[in-house]
Design a protein around this ligand. Structure first.
Ligand code: LLP
Length: 461
């Protein structure tokens, strides 16, 4: 943090990366969906003025730019030509989105019975669904196998037994991948890193468990091992983590070929491609990522003298994250004195950690803008907070907003599409906000706002 003195004389404390904008009304395009723009200070998305949009649906609301979502899906499909691209539904899933994913030619990754149900309800071809999870129940496995899910990614020895039983009972052969742990420390928050040894996912390559898992799957008549699966973590920018993981996973892949006599046809490199939440982040294009990952894999296969397996990836955040923003109404504004004479402007909005837990959970940074009008006031360093009963209820830790920000103003936060609505909660009995899809000047509610009746429906007295 550094002391900050604005041209207007305002003194505050800001993180070193945050620069006072030349024009506080302007958008930083890299953080927004492609159709987002300002006209006289008013934010427009999908050809619609945000104030008009929320006049119908109220706030808080998630606004999803359909064309932007589809374009990002296509960018992965085309950039990673020759791969199968599985959209990771955990980032955000509803029936409309599952349909868009299928229409754009992507496969779908689910990790629960609920996500599978949404996918099937949307009419997604089950063969194009991959099913993850470190603790799938026998009932969930049975439903997945029965539905004809293309691949189930097994994560424990218990699950291999459980799944083999289910396949036997249903008299089918189930496609399987083995989730492996490559022992990589991905450069991201520890809660969303998944390839170091001391965590719950996958079979360790180093300990020999991953080889043992592959041999047990191969020994089961009802299970058809198509390949290994490695997901190293999320919000990653640097391909060095994938490089180390690919080297270790491919060495195991080759060993299974020589020692178990089975050349596995496939390999999944997982998701985790980072997006720009603030000006600190500089993500690569899918085509560039594809080139880098393909080079890593083909190079390693050449060293090992093995054929390159059919590759797949599982991006979630990089497709839906930037396609969605959250719109809030400001309720109160408070200036709070800090040590050393600085002040911080607290802007309370009508949502908070119930619609975006990422700031509290991962110390995530976000950005925001005044969405409903132009302002000529000097910028102040603000903190956008929610309405929940704890001080950690922060949406945007640090952002410059116009100094005349006031109750009734709309504030929009970009990049909330991934893990915003999907990790939303009813904390303090909040009603989870709607998702409104916008396209060509038209808005469509694709997930409606919860009602008090929804909340009370489970309270059976
Ligand atoms: N594949 C697997 C096996 C995964 O576990 C995940 C994410 C993905 C793909 C998609 O990762 P993505 O491309 O979206 O980064 N709630 C956290 C992220 C948890 C990710 C869990 N797994 C967050 O809000 O940052």
């Amino acid at each position: 943090m550094s002391a900050h003195v604005s041209p207007g004389g305002f003194t505050g404390t800001s993180p070193v990366w945050l620069r006072e904008p030349a024009d506080v009304n302007a958008l930083v395009p890299a953080l927004w969906s492609a159709s987002a723009r300002k006209a006289d200070g008013v934010l427009h998305i999908g050809g619609l003025a945000v104030p008009d949009l929320v006049a119908d649906v109220n706030t808080p609301a998630y606004v999803l730019d359909e064309d932007d979502f589809r374009a990002r899906a296509r960018a992965f499909r085309d950039g990673f030509a020759g791969y199968d691209v599985y959209y990771a539904g955990k980032a955000f899933l509803c029936t409309s989105v599952a349909r868009w994913v299928a229409e754009e030619g992507l496969c779908l990754d689910v990790c629960s019975d609920g996500e599978l149900t949404v996918a099937l309800r949307a009419g997604v071809d089950p063969v194009r669904i991959g099913y993850h999870g470190n603790n799938k129940t026998a009932m969930e496995l049975r439903r997945a196998v029965d539905a004809g899910v293309g691949r189930i990614i097994v994560d424990s020895f218990h699950e291999i037994e459980r799944l083999a039983d289910v396949a036997r009972q249903l008299g089918v052969t189930q496609g399987v991948m083995v989730r492996v742990t490559a022992g990589v420390e991905a450069h991201t928050h520890e809660f969303i890193a998944t390839a170091h040894e001391d965590q719950k996912f996958g079979f360790s390559i180093a300990s020999g468990d991953a080889f043992e898992a592959a041999s047990r799957v191969l020994a089961e008549d009802g299970l058809d091992l198509s390949g290994l699966h490695s997901h190293i973590g999320s919000q990653i920018f640097d391909t060095s983590g994938w490089e180390v993981a690919a080297r270790r996973v491919l060495a195991l892949h080759a060993r299974i070929g020589t020692e178990l006599g089975r050349v596995l046809p496939e390999l999944d490199l997982g998701g985790g491609f980072g997006i720009a939440y603030t000006t600190q982040d500089d993500p690569s294009d899918p085509a560039v990522l594809a080139e880098q990952l393909t080079k890593i894999v083909t190079g390693e296969c050449a060293v090992l003298g093995i054929a390159v397996p059919h590759l797949s990836i599982e991006p979630g955040r990089a497709i839906v994250g930037p396609a969605m923003c959250t719109v809030y109404t400001v309720g109160t504004v408070k200036e709070v004195a800090l040590d050393g004479g600085a002040t911080r402007t607290y802007v309370s909005v009508d949502g908070g950690m119930s619609d975006n837990i990422r700031t509290a959970l991962y110390d995530a940074d976000y950005s925001c803008t005044l969405a409903s009008r132009v302002s000529s006031a000097a910028p102040v360093l603000a903190r956008v907070v929610g309405k929940h009963c704890e001080s950690g209820d922060i949406v945007v830790k640090d952002e410059f907003l116009p100094g005349d920000i006031a109750p009734g103003d709309l504030v929009a936060v970009p990049g909330t599409g991934a893990y915003g609505r999907s990790m939303a909660s009813n904390y303090n009995h909040a009603l989870r906000p709607p998702v409104v899809a916008v396209k060509d000047g038209r808005a469509r509610v694709i997930v409606r706002r919860e009602t008090v009746d929804d909340l009370l429906a489970t309270d059976v007295g």
